[in-house]
Design a protein around this ligand. Structure first.
Ligand code: GRF
Length: 369
């Protein structure tokens, strides 16, 4: 049970121990102080039961919190417990700011600092080695604009495979890394969706293409970015060390064209998801991306297409489905028209599903702890 709690709080062994110490010391100190105050105020007689009750309630509601934050501060765990307090206040219906932009800024600079350290390490390691990069061009892919074609909700036939909807209860923010190789319209929608989210934050953009549009989004949004190299990705540990060091919890693929290596899948079990612009298992696999997918769908005379959000495994577009949503393929539809219809579905469902999934995951681990 303790192990589950540690996983839920997403903290290391040492921090977990310190947190337990804070709880233990706070509990004992509150009880001891309540007793001392009771004696000092002369509330020991049975006739003072109401005063005693009020004192205990006061100590529990206010005293405990003050002692908790003080002890947490002494143990270097203030940030963790402050999150805890904020969640409690929100639960009580009191509006609290989420640390705001400055905290984010600090977090980002910390991430950037770590990234530069990692990059220098990487360059040292790859000294004298020629750079290998994915040459698969995204230029041929349909130009993706934010223009949304009219696909009504009625035409979108949702097929939920696994849904969640409960409130997220993690004490710590859940950090997402978005992996993308192209323009990043889905990445942008996800960033927008979670911009003010109390528990989920996009903290890293990963790309295999230094010229990818998604990196400009990262810059504009002041989100740390990481450009990965083929050799390190496939023959190294899949950048697991860097991602763990940056405290990433979930990996969201949004137009990422490389296959995810086993090392990364094993390091993030059940926490890597992808979106594919067709109804898998059809029109998936190697080479099936961008306009190639839509061309194949139209050429096959399909009456409907759509999106598949799925877990990632070692094969292209293969893992367990999470959700499929459909749109009609009408006579006269070109790959570009179909791409736009599909994109509407992507932008609508992907952020929501990410939130539901993380929420459901959090609730499950809470129930089983
Ligand atoms: C989307 O069509 C997605 O389904 C696929 O790659 C595309 C990414 O597009 N995996 P963008 O990066 O949002 O422009």
């Amino acid at each position: 049970m303790l192990k589950k709690l540690q996983q839920k709080w997403n903290v290391g062994g040492k921090q977990f121990f310190l947190i337990l110490c804070v709880f233990a010391i706070t509990g004992t100190t509150t009880a001891w102080l309540t007793k001392v105050i009771t004696t000092w105020m002369g509330f020991t007689a049975a006739t003072f039961w109401l005063w005693k009750l009020l004192l205990r309630l006061g100590m529990l509601v206010i005293g405990y919190q003050i002692i908790l934050l003080t002890v947490a501060f002494l143990f270097g765990q203030f940030a963790f417990f402050w999150e805890f307090e904020k969640r409690m206040l929100r639960w009580m219906g009191i509006k609290v700011e989420d640390g705001g932009y400055r905290e984010e800024g600090r977090q980002r600079s910390a991430i950037s600092g770590q990234l530069s350290a990692i990059s220098s390490q990487r360059s040292a390691m790859s000294d004298g080695r020629s750079e290998t990069r994915n040459q698969r061009s995204t230029n041929q892919r349909s130009a993706i604009s934010d223009q949304q074609s009219a696909v009504s909700d009625e035409t979108s036939n949702l097929k939920p495979v696994r849904r969640g909807g409960s409130q997220i209860s993690n004490l710590k923010s859940v950090h997402l890394a978005l992996f993308a190789s192209g323009a990043g319209s889905n990445a942008q929608k996800i960033i927008n969706y979670f911009r003010d989210h109390p528990a989920i934050k996009v903290t890293l953009i990963v790309s295999n293409k230094p010229q990818a549009g998604v990196l400009q989004i990262a810059q504009r949004e002041n989100i740390a970015s990481l450009i990965i190299e083929r050799e390190n990705f496939f023959r190294g540990d899949g950048y697991t060390g860097e991602l763990k060091a940056l405290d990433i919890h979930w990996i969201i693929l949004a137009g990422f064209l490389w296959k995810v290596p086993l090392s990364l899948i094993q390091a993030f079990p059940g926490k890597i998801i992808n979106i594919h612009p067709a109804l898998l298992p059809k029109y998936g696999g190697k080479g099936m991306y961008g306009h190639f997918v839509h061309e194949a769908v139209i050429a096959a005379g399909e009456k409907e297409s759509g999106i598949t959000i799925h877990y990632v495994d070692e094969q292209f577009d293969h893992g367990q489905h999470i959700l499929q949503a459909t749109c009609p393929v009408e006579p006269g539809d070109t790959p570009d028209i179909l791409a736009k219809k599909v994109q509407v579905l992507e932008h609508k469902h992907y952020p929501e599903i990410i939130e539901k999934l993380i929420s459901a995951h959090d609730t499950q681990s809470l129930q089983s702890s």
